[in-house]
Design a protein around this ligand. Structure first.
Ligand code: NAG
Ligand code: NAG
Ligand code: NAG
Ligand code: NAG
Ligand code: NAG
Ligand code: NAG
Ligand code: NAG
Ligand code: NAG
Ligand code: NAG
Length: 331
């Protein structure tokens, strides 16, 4: 069943060493061709029947908040692909119904507009730039009581403003949500980046759920929560972390498997702090930047992950992930 392969990086990638920009450490990269009806191909979102979003449904292009809100309205759970054209500005929290794919054309997404998946199933977000959602409108993306969610090739950010509670999370996964994959996504310039499990007292709803895969993500200039996990199960691999105080924080009995990641200038790469009970971590093949994994040793292992996956190897992560994470898809 289980095959963890370490693949050769395409020679094309290995040779793509354009000058990085000073703040993003991202090489110039060829856009990736994708289709609007792609289904989740990696991580926990491939389990529990898989995640197809709006595949097979109508395709609607939206460029205003009103059009977007109508296209994802709760009274219509039929599969639909919603193509976002341009940046939709506003101050709002938009609740999205089941069976939707939200895809951005190059340079498209939301500014100030938070997305909420509450009590829904089967949702995909790809190629979206989300910025500056104030805490009054939730997180960039809030996933609550929802299952089968795939976030891929997107960018979530705000700014390290002086009030660290002005913004809440970039992507928070809470209230018993399950089967979530966040892949090839760039998180940057934010305080409280990604929270899995919102409260020490929510074990009744969360235990046995909150299974989240974080693969091939780039986290830069984020203070903490890369991610913070209570009660759940998180598999974190092939990711690049630069300039963080705390990255992986495992709490309240959470089990995390942390493999093939690179941590540069991260004070606490893997830890267990700030809860009434510790969580656990298994760490394999990471470059911890001279630091140590200080979380108690866990039991989530390669053998207990229920899907196939590919490790890049820590020595390959910086070159590949800094250039591949983010909204580089073309449709
Ligand atoms: C990390 O922080 C340093 C110092 O502020 C900055 O020069 C550098 O660009 C940051 N790295 C990234 C990848 O943002
Ligand atoms: C959903 O509600 C809106 C009005 O709020 C209406 O225009 C639309 O036809 C409804 N859609 C369905 C599928 O019922
Ligand atoms: C949408 O998704 C839900 C949950 O996956 C499913 O039960 C339902 O049949 C779907 N709705 C439609 C109209 O296809
Ligand atoms: C949203 O604001 C950005 C600038 O911040 C602008 O480029 C974009 O055109 C705006 N979008 C709309 C739909 O007006
Ligand atoms: C987000 O906020 C920061 C700081 O408040 C600002 O510099 C940036 O331009 C904003 N982004 C957008 C897309 O408006
Ligand atoms: C390391 O990251 C911190 C933020 O966590 C930043 O303030 C500092 O400038 C960075 N140092 C270097 C050498 O990049
Ligand atoms: C790992 O330990 C937890 C208790 O922390 C237990 O509930 C779980 O069944 C164990 N899983 C495996 C695969 O041994
Ligand atoms: C994993 O890969 C192996 C070899 O390709 C295959 O036989 C197996 O079915 C795969 N398992 C899953 C869960 O996809
Ligand atoms: C890194 O990538 C090279 C190919 O570019 C591959 O030969 C090597 O095995 C990879 N390293 C690891 C640890 O997987």
């Amino acid at each position: 069943m289980k095959l963890t392969s370490v693949v050769a990086v395409l020679s094309a990638l290995a040779s793509a060493t354009a000058t990085p920009t000073p703040t993003r450490e991202r090489a110039a990269t060829e856009p990736h061709k994708a289709t609007v009806s792609d289904k989740a191909t990696l991580g926990y979102a491939t389990q529990n029947g898989g995640t197809s979003g709006g595949a097979g449904g109508t395709v609607t292009t939206v460029s205003t908040l009103a059009q977007f809100t109508a296209a994802v309205a709760l009274n219509n759970t039929a599969p639909a692909i919603v193509v976002v054209q341009g940046i939709i500005n506003g101050t709002a929290k938009v609740r999205v119904s089941s069976n939707k794919t939200i895809i951005g054309l190059p340079g498209s997404g939301f500014n100030g507009v938070g997305l909420l998946f509450l009590k829904q199933k089967n949702l995909i977000i790809r190629n979206i730039v989300s910025s500056n959602v104030s805490a009054s409108y939730g997180d960039g993306l809030t996933i609550q009581e929802s299952t089968n969610v795939w976030v891929d090739h997107s960018e979530f950010h705000s700014a390290l403003v002086s009030n660290k509670n002005y913004y809440d999370g970039l992507i928070d996964v809470t209230h018993g949500s399950d089967f979530v994959t966040i892949s090839h996504t760039h998180f940057h310039d934010h305080w409280k980046t990604s929270l899995v499990g919102h409260s020490d007292s929510n074990g009744a709803q969360d235990k046995g759920h909150l299974r989240v895969t974080y693969a091939n993500n780039y986290w830069s200039n984020c203070n903490s929560r890369g991610p913070s996990v209570r009660f759940g199960t998180a598999h974190i691999y092939n990711s690049l972390y630069v300039n963080m105080s705390s990255a992986v924080n495992t709490r309240m009995g959470a089990q995390v498997l942390v493999e093939s990641n690179v941590f540069k200038n991260v004070t606490s790469p893997i830890t267990s702090v700030d809860s009434t009970q510790v969580g656990y971590a298994t760490a394999n093949g990471n470059d911890l930047g001279g630091k140590r994994n200080v979380a108690p040793y866990g039991n989530l292992t390669v053998a207990s992950v229920s899907y196939n996956y590919t490790l890049l190897g820590a020595e390959n992560v910086t070159a590949v992930v800094a250039s591949e994470a983010g909204p580089i898809l073309v449709f």
